[in-house]
Write a new protein. Structure first.
Length: 300
């Protein structure tokens, strides 16, 4: 792989690191299997792209608006589960399906190009460095800030209540925690992060597309599973760091697999490669941690 390809992989890895943090919040903290992200990722992209192109919004505000839309989508999913007792997985599927149509309406079509308009990355063009270098640096700093903010939130009273609601809902309820509200705001926050990642993804690749959310849930889960298998931790700080590490490692693994000619993979096989990596990670979790496997390999 060339330096350009490696930096491009890091760029994408950092964006999906934000998705991984959202997946960590729902799957690990709240124990809420959420499939809404398949729709909230393109929702954030659609809202941001439409506001930038059609309404002339500042790209930073448009990206934030995409996150707000993602929060609303996640909140609606949790509402279906908490208030109307619809199974969480089914609630996520229902929202994801409905968001496909909503995204088409927002963009007035299947996609919205971001050509000849300012994006959040335009702000760094005057620094004298090419985009393929400055963009990964900016995204790395941004995802680190989001990680630290999430760590700080989960250390607050509200965050500890959210962790308790996911770990033991009955005990949390007995201690005065409103488990339903924790789900509403937690799933909303997770989808806000996913939508922000979608908005950034659209701006860096030049278009928002209604189909860009396909497989995002697997990417998020792969990042969490791989990262926490290699860097198992009992602390929030290291757990979220492991998620980010897993996202970057996952993207590097996909890029290496697609660039390995002897494997015979093509660019269109990215979803197949993703599924294989997740399957390997899950199998490794059942038979022993990645760290143990790596140690055994090293002794050979």
């Amino acid at each position: 792989m060339s330096l350009y390809e490696i930096l491009g992989t890091l760029e994408t890895g950092f964006i999906f690191g934000i998705v991984a943090l959202g997946a960590y919040l729902t799957f690990q903290i709240l124990d809420f299997p959420d499939l809404t992200v398949e729709g909230s990722f393109p929702l954030g992209a659609a809202v941001a792209a439409t506001l930038i192109v059609a309404a002339g919004w500042n790209p930073w505000l448009a990206t934030l608006a995409g996150g707000v839309a993602g929060f609303a989508a996640g909140f609606a999913t949790a509402m279906l589960n908490v208030r109307f007792k619809i199974l969480h997985i089914l609630a996520g599927i229902l929202l994801s399906i409905s968001l496909y149509s909503i995204n088409l309406r927002i963009m007035s079509g299947p996609n919205k190009p971001l050509l000849m308009v300012d994006t959040v990355f335009t702000s760094f063009e005057g620094l004298g460095l090419p985009g393929y270098i400055i963009n990964p640096i900016f995204l790395g700093i941004m995802v680190l800030v989001i990680k630290l903010l999430l760590d700080a939130f989960l250390a607050t009273g509200w965050g500890i209540s959210m962790r308790a609601a996911g770990a033991n809902p009955a005990m949390a309820e007995a201690n005065g925690v409103n488990v339903g509200n924790m789900k509403l705001y937690g799933v909303g926050a997770a989808n806000a992060l996913t939508a922000i990642a979608g908005a950034l993804f659209a701006q860096i690749f030049g278009a928002a597309d209604a189909y860009m959310g396909i497989g995002v849930i697997i990417v998020g889960l792969a990042s969490v599973i791989v990262g926490m298998s290699i860097l198992p931790s009992r602390t929030i700080f290291l757990a979220t760091l492991a998620c980010l590490f897993g996202a970057v490692l996952y993207r590097l693994a996909v890029a290496l697999a697609l660039n390995a000619d002897f494997l015979g993979f093509q660019a269109s096989d990215v979803q197949l490669v993703t599924a294989l990596l997740v399957a390997i990670a899950l199998i490794a979790q059942q038979t022993g941690s990645f760290r143990t496997i790596l140690r055994k390999g090293g002794r050979k």
